[in-house]
Design a protein around this ligand. Structure first.
Ligand SMILES: [Fe+2]
Length: 235
C-alpha cells in the first residue's frame, strides 16, 4: 500500500503531463519527461547548454535515484527491514522532490515566440494585482526571496487553497512545495540551484532571476490557478 502511494503518478494533482512512468517488477517507476520546446528555444535568457545538462543530466539523475530508492524501499518492506525503510526516506524526499520540482519547472517556461514572458491574464492576473499591487511588485518579491535563499533551493508562487490567497514561498534543496503545507499548490517554481544558471550567469543569481521572467509561461500558471481556485476566481 505504501509503495502504491509513494509511486502514484498523481503526486501533483495539478500537474498536467510530463511525469513519465513505467513499471519495474510491479513497482511504478518514472522516466524523464520530454520538454515542450528545444533546448535552445529559451535563448538568450537560458542557453541550450544549461537546458540540455539540466534536463538530461540533473533531472535524469533525480529520476534514476528515485527509482532506485523506491526499489530498495520495496525490498526493505518485503523483508521487514524497518531501519532500512526509515533510512531511505531522505533519498526518496530528495530525489522524488527533484523529479516533482523539475517537472513543474519545465512547464513554467516557454519560448518568447510561444508566449513566454507574456503577463498573466484572467483570474490569476487579477489576483496578483489585488494581492501584491502589481505583477512587477510580485516579481520583485520573488526575486528578493530567491536571491536571499541560502545554498540551493526553489522559490515559488503558490496558491494556498485553505486561505484562498497567493503566497511566495521558498524551499531548501529539492524539498517540494507540499513540504511547506499540504494546502499549497505550486503555480510557478523557479530553480535557484547553481546548476540552473551558473554556466551563463556565473555567481550572479540576481541577474538570472531578473531575466527568467522573459520566458515564464504565465499561461500554464493561470490554468492551474483557474482550476484550483474557483472560489477566488468568482469573487
Ligand atoms: Fe535544477
Amino acid at each position: 500500500m505504501a509503495l502504491r502511494i509513494l509511486g502514484r503518478k498523481n503526486l501533483i494533482p495539478t500537474f498536467s503531463g510530463g511525469l513519465g512512468s513505467g513499471h519495474l517488477r510491479g513497482l511504478q517507476t518514472f522516466s524523464l519527461p520530454d520538454l515542450a520546446y528545444d533546448y535552445g528555444a529559451l535563448e538568450p535568457v537560458i542557453n541550450a547548454e544549461i537546458m540540455q545538462l539540466h534536463h538530461q543530466k540533473h533531472h535524469q539523475a533525480y529520476i534514476t535515484n528515485y527509482n532506485k530508492a523506491l526499489e530498495q524501499l520495496h525490498e526493505a518492506i518485503n523483508k521487514g527491514h524497518t531501519s532500512t525503510v526509515v533510512k531511505l526516506q531522505s533519498a526518496i524526499k530528495f530525489n522524488g522532490g527533484g523529479h516533482i520540482n523539475h517537472s513543474i519547472f519545465w512547464n513554467n517556461l516557454a519560448p518568447i515566440h510561444e508566449g513566454g514572458g507574456e503577463p498573466p491574464k484572467g483570474s490569476l492576473g487579477w489576483a496578483i494585482d489585488s494581492q501584491f499591487g502589481s505583477l512587477e511588485a510580485l516579481i520583485q518579491r520573488v526575486n528578493a526571496e530567491g536571491a536571499a535563499l541560502q545554498g540551493s533551493g526553489w522559490v515559488w508562487l503558490a496558491l494556498d487553497k485553505e486561505l484562498k490567497k497567493l503566497s511566495v514561498e521558498t524551499t531548501a534543496n529539492q524539498d517540494p512545495l507540499v513540504t511547506k503545507g499540504s494546502s499549497l499548490v505550486p503555480l510557478l517554481g523557479i530553480d535557484v540551484w547553481e546548476h540552473a544558471y551558473y554556466l551563463q550567469y556565473k555567481n550572479v543569481r540576481p541577474d538570472y532571476l531578473k531575466n527568467i521572467w522573459k520566458v515564464i509561461n504565465w499561461k500554464y500558471a493561470g490554468e492551474i490557478f483557474a482550476k484550483e481556485a474557483p472560489l477566488v476566481e468568482s469573487r
